[in-house]
Every structure is written in C-alpha cells, then in structure tokens.
Ligand binder design. Sequence first.
Ligand SMILES: [Zn+2]
Length: 408
Amino acid sequence: MARRGVLQAALERIDPDELVELTRELVRIPSVVRPGDPAAGEAAVARRVEQWLATEGFALEVHEAAPGRPNVVAWLGEKGSGRCLLLEGHTDVVTEGDPAEWTHPPFAAELTDGRIYGRGAADMKGGLAAAMVAAAAIKRSGAAFRGKLVVGALADEEGDMLGAKHFCATPIGRELDAAIICEPEQNELCLEQRGVVWARVAIHGRMAHGAMPEAGVNPIVALGALLDEVPRLEKRLRRLCRRSPHLRPPTVTPTVVRAPVEGVPQSNVIPSQAHAVLDVRLTPGPDERAVAAELDAACAAAMTRAPGATIEWRTVNGYRLATRTERREALVRAMVKGVRQATGKPPRFGGVPGSTDGTILRMTLGIPIVTCGPGNRLIPHQVDEYVEVAELVAAARIYVASALNFLS
Ligand SMILES: [Zn+2]
C-alpha cells in the first residue's frame, strides 16, 4: 500500500477547478456517433485528450480502432517486474435526442449548483477527465511506484465496443493486470456487471393464402409460441445464474418482432418468415454454452408447438457474459483502502446493470476489473444528464489512492 506522505503529495496535485474545466471542455466537444456523418464521432474529443496528455508529458499512442475512431492510450512507468493498471474511459456518447427537451443545452456544459450538465457529463467524460487528472497528479507529484499506469480513452463503447476489442489485441492491452472502469456508478465499487446476449431469432414457415392456413406454415404462430416460452426461459436462466445483492436477476425481454420480413404486409397473406430479438440479461454463473443450450431449448419447445416451422437463432454481437471480480483480488483490496484514504469513508459496494468495455477486458484478457466512477447510475442516456462536482473530485482522489496502492 502507498506510503502516507507519497499519497498526500499526489492528492494535493489534483486541482478541482482544472478537473471541472477539463470535463466541461470534453462535454462541449460532441462525440455522438452519427452514421453517415464523418465529422461526428470520437475523433475530435480524442484529439483533445491526446493533446492534454501529451502536454502533461505522458508517453502515448493513438490506435485506430476503426477508420476515424481512435483509441488514445497514455502511460506512466514501465511494467518491469511490477503490475500494469488501466484507468479506462470511453470517448463516445449517446445521442442527445431532442435538444428542446433539455433544460440545460446538451453540449454547453453549464455549471450550476455544483453540477456540470450535458450529454456525456456522467457517461462518461467526467470519469475520463477524473482518470486523466488523477494520472497527471501522480506524475506531477513525482510519486515513485512500481509498474505501469495506463490511461485508455477508447472509442465505440456505446456501439459494438470496437475500441475495447481493438485495445485488448495491442501489446499494451496484453500487459494489463487489472483495470478500473471509470463509468458512472456514484463512486461505488462495483465488482459485478450484468451480462447481455441479444438473440436474433429467425422463424421460417411457408407462404400461403390467409383463407387457407392449412396450405402453408404460419411463422407468426411459431413466434407466438416462442414468446410464450420466454417466462420459462427466464426462470431457467435465473436458476443457472448466481444471485447477487447488487444486480437484478436475469431477464429475457422481447425487443423486436417482425413479420413479414420481406415484401409488403398484406392482410390475406401468411408470410414466409418472422424475426424476433430477445434481449437476455444475465448475472454471473453460466458460460456461453449453458446460455446457448437454454435458448436452443426454448426454440425447440416452440417448434414442437408449431409443427412445420423452423426456428433458428444467433447472437447479435456475440456473448457479453456477466462478470465478477472476487473481493480477495489485489485490485479490490487496493481500492477498498483507496476509498478510505481518498474520502475518509468506508467504500460502498454496487453492481453495474449493463455491460461496459470492462466486460470485453474481463472476457478477453481475464483480468480483474472494478467499475467505479462519478455520476448517478440512473442518469446516463437521459435528458439533463449531469455529474456532481463533488463526486467528480472524489473519483479523481479514489483513482490516485487506488493506483498508488495497487502499484506499490
Ligand atoms: Zn458509459
């Protein structure tokens, strides 16, 4: 664990005003990914992050996760015989929706009553700025530590997580021993994240006249049977998954149904195909094969109730299983101590309702991750998104203390 004087010196190098201004500056650079608009996206905000870190004297690399979609990766120190810790943030934000619905304009980064308002203030330019300022404070203080501290500002978390997937395949990604995911979790230590599997279901029947259903196979009947299987599927998945005090139990939610899939819908035509998407949310426990077996079973049960129809499914975007990091992990111990040192209070524990870049890091690299960052857990993707300045500053302090603990 970090020595007291070293830690104090580093904490003192956090300038709250600078952190607030950096967050506001990042919020003012819109980074909503709008397909077909090459000027939108992460590039401009990534450039600013790169510039800021370069000015602070960090070693850094920019990797194109996809054309025009850069990851900025900066670091202090060398891994050597020590550990490598990542402070992770993403640079993309979700759409602001209708700006007229906002009381505070979505990209003005207004500062009122101790809050910064704007799209991405919490999710997660605030957390990213806190990570940057924390790493800079450690650097400025000259604190000696063993190993390597990495700041990663990754692209496309809100989409396919291309940034995290790309980063895992780079030499620095493969060096990592642990990661703090700086997502808005009201600075709670989240050791668990729910997983998600989107199952796209294709149902094949045979086209026929609506007056003579016996002449065809109606895929909509099979679709109905499948939807009827959903509560049973959900119950089986709940039995397979571990219960958690911090996560809602698994859910299976139909989010898309479509028939006909091709051609014009007509009142007297039985279509040949129907589609559906099941949004399956999981808690830790089952592996890919176990989840697939339950989905297969639901499809098979629906098929026996709709003779002649075939039901197939595949994942959209693969499996993002639920993740869990054990309390005994060195990173968790470093953060439990770090929260006390940074805030004077014991840590609060929580869970992440959805998946994050941390899911990819955990599944691909097998490293322990803890999600902890400033911002109300429920505020992301809403209008009038905000981050509390006090939480923002506390997050930077927690990152400094946790990193020095982990890397000492
Ligand atoms: Zn996020």
